[in-house]
Every structure is written in C-alpha cells, then in structure tokens.
Design a protein around this ligand. Sequence first.
Ligand code: 2AM
Ligand code: CA
Length: 269
Amino acid sequence: MKNSRKKDVFGNAKKWILEAGNIIRQKIDDPLEIDTKSNPNDLVTTMDKDTERFFVEKIKSTYPDHLLLSEEGFGDEIPSLEGTIWIIDPIDGTMNFVQQKRNFAISIGIYHDGIGEIGLIYNVMEDVLYYAKRGEGAFKNGKALMPLEKGLVLEESVIGLNHLWLCENRLVDEKIMQDLVKTARGSRTYGSAALEFAFVAEGVLEGYLTMSLSPWDVAAGMILVDEVGGVTTTIDGEPINLLTRNSVFVGHPDIHKRIIKDFISKGRK
Ligand code: 2AM
Ligand code: CA
C-alpha cells in the first residue's frame, strides 16, 4: 500500500474505531438482544451487528474498492487475500461485553495482498487504543511499545490460555498442558483474543494459546505483535491462514520456541 494512501486509511480507521467505541459506551446500559451462534456460549448481540454495520457503511462509502471480512457476515465473501481487505471483529469478547460490560475490544486488521499493513485494537470501556502500522512500530494510546525484552524464561512468564484447552482436550494432551501451567509463573484467561494479543505486544503476557480462532480474532493482533518482535503461528508453529479458523499461539519468540519444543511437540494428538 502506498504511504499516502496508508496514512489516509489509518486516519479514517482510527477515527471510526473511536467513534464506534463511543457509541458502545453511551449504550452500555441499554437492554440487549442476545442470540447464540455455534453453541449456547457463543453469543451475539444487536450491538455486535450494529457496530459491524457502522464499519461496513463507512468503509464501503469511502473506499468502494476495499473488501471487508467480518464476524457477523455483513461484509464480503472473501475467496483470496488479494486486494485491500479490512478484517473486523466489531466486538471481540462478546461474552465479556454481555456479562461484565468490560474487557472487550473492537479489532480491525487491514491487509493488502495478504500483508498486514494496519492493526487497531480498541479496549472500549478503558478507552485504550493499541495500533500498529507495518514497519512503523506499535503504540498504546500514542505511546510507542518497546520491542519485546530479550532473554525471558518460561518460569518467569505469564501465559494466556483458553480454558477450553484444558477441559476439551482435543488438540494437546491434557497432562502436558497442566505441566505447562505449572512450569510458567502464572496463567490467565481474559476472554478476548484481541486484547490477549495486545497484552503480548505490550509485554504484560508472554504468550497466548488457544484452540480455534477466526481471522477477525487475530488479524489486528498479528500486526501489533509482529511490530514488537513477537511471533504468531498455529500451535504447531505453522503460519496462520487468514481465510480459515486456526489454532493460535502468539508469544515472545523465546517463550514460543520453548513451549513448542518442551510441551506441544510432546503432547500433540
Ligand atoms: P468473540 O467474542 O468475538 O466470539 C474467547 O476466549 C475468545 O475466543 C474471544 O476472542 C472470542 O471471540 C473467541 N472465540 C472464537 N470463536 C469462538 C466461539 N465459537 N465461541 C466463543 N468464543 C470464540
Ligand atoms: Ca466478535
């Protein structure tokens, strides 16, 4: 993407994400219509859909040549990553939004011919905006995030884990995952993949592993984490395919390497 175009796209994306967040904050106590999707705990609300429609309308009227891949389906059918594609989760952490009215984010990743150019993750209730532009670093409320510290060890790391890993036991041996949790200094489950990526980029979480995420859960976070020297792969260390669901393992490069070598490679089913 050309630099002048990128600046314009970033400016609008930032303006729209803050605007959408502001609307959500104003309506946070309004009654919600809640539906379920793939399972009884996979929630969607009118707010998810209205927020997604807000972005579709803005993007389509401003950039008619851009495409949109988004969670609630108001975007385009995306057969390939060719062109400029906005990959959007209007509310990441919908269960947190419904149950806690906090700890959720709007996530926007903008890709050009498959390359991540711009990522924004907005922690709506805390009014914290993380963003990154490829090659220009990552930022939190305008302040540059530092490159991830060298020489970290797992024994002093905090790892984000989705609880489904431990109880469903579908991909990795349960005992191995217990060993991982015992070896790390601590584990956390925040319930918003986008925020977990942002925390890895910020260096407050050394890794985050989960069984199955969609492109919109990871698109912005991957760009953010890449800018500070972090790594995002599937749990087997393979590249993420942004056209399908993937298992996801994002982290500090040393911790990522160690967890794959000493844990996942030994417990993979
Ligand atoms: P969502 O809130 O946008 O659905 C929860 O640990 C994290 O996993 C959230 O980022 C959530 O995104 C994501 N997730 C992806 N697929 C999910 C599913 N089928 N059910 C619940 N959470 C899912
Ligand atoms: Ca969502």
